[in-house]
Write a protein of this length. Structure first.
Length: 279
């Protein structure tokens, strides 16, 4: 009894610590108050100001830069990570284990170490820092997460399906497009969403690779704004919108994954029934 009370109490405390700040930001995004915590009545003024150009141009530029960089980085890292995962899956056990270990190093590595390493790499190669280096850096640290998302789908897939498609006359590209990609698509979607959110959220890598041209993303803008003594109120509305979009995407992905798992289970039962009838 005591263990259950302690475990439930710990869970409630953890949820409150994690989600109470998010809930406060969401609630106070519906008031005109410039100070967080001062409720002056329900209003959508912050949302109107965000979309009508009432905010500073620097914030609008930061939002545009953030989503452009995140979209490009997530798309490229999903393609690279998927190809890499397929290649790793075809290796022998020892080589596959070694490469998976190497792939996990950037994931476990602190962001500040990754940022400094990429900064020194770009400097040593003589690459001028700016938009290009930020995108390359985001692709570099997002790709291992895509590999990690796709690999479980590949290991669960029946390896004989690909060989059977080739035996039936399909080209390797056709077998890849019609057999492997549909099987690993949920992992690819999960990897894309994870890469997209990681890119939007990143600060350490961006601050080391954005150069001195004034390129700002949301994370660097918020940091600079906080150092000036306060945060732009419209950031509360923007944070709420991003939260809602992420939650909706997660619900869609989970729903699709459940539906595909149910469909696969039904197909497996159908195959079992057919085999029994033939016997």
């Amino acid at each position: 009894m005591m263990k259950r009370i302690l475990s439930n109490g710990y869970l409630v405390l953890l949820l409150v610590m994690l989600y109470a700040p998010i809930a406060i930001i969401a609630i106070f995004s519906f008031t005109e108050s410039k100070v967080l915590g001062n409720w002056t009545g329900f209003s959508t003024e912050l949302y109107t100001s965000l979309f009508s150009g009432g905010v500073r141009y620097s914030l609008i530029d930061a939002i545009k830069n953030t989503f452009i960089i995140a979209t490009i980085a997530a798309t490229v890292s999903t393609l690279l990570g998927t190809v890499a995962a397929i290649g790793i899956n075809d290796l022998r056990y020892r080589k596959r284990r070694a490469i998976n270990f190497v792939n996990n190093i950037p994931i476990l590595n602190p962001d500040i170490i990754t940022g400094i390493s990429l900064f020194l790499l770009f400097v040593s190669l003589g690459i001028s820092q700016g938009y290009t280096t930020v995108i390359l850096a985001h692709i570099a640290f997002c790709t291992p997460y895509v590999v990690l998302s796709v690999m479980p789908r590949l290991t669960q897939m029946n390896p004989n399906i690909y060989e059977a498609a080739l035996d039936l006359g399909a080209t390797p590209m056709q077998a890849m497009r019609r057999i492997i990609i549909p099987e690993i698509r949920p992992g690819m979607i999960s990897g894309f969403i994870l890469s997209f959110t990681l890119s939007i959220d990143d600060f350490a890598v961006t601050i080391f690779t954005n150069g001195t041209d004034g390129l700002q993303t949301l994370s660097t803008y918020i940091y600079a704004d906080a150092r000036k003594g306060g945060l732009t109120p419209e950031l509360r509305a923007l944070s709420t919108i991003i939260l809602v979009v992420v939650v909706v995407l997660l619900i869609i992905v989970n729903y699709r994954a459940r539906r595909q798992a149910k469909r696969a289970e039904e197909q497996a039962k159908l195959v079992t029934i057919k085999n029994r009838v033939r016997r």
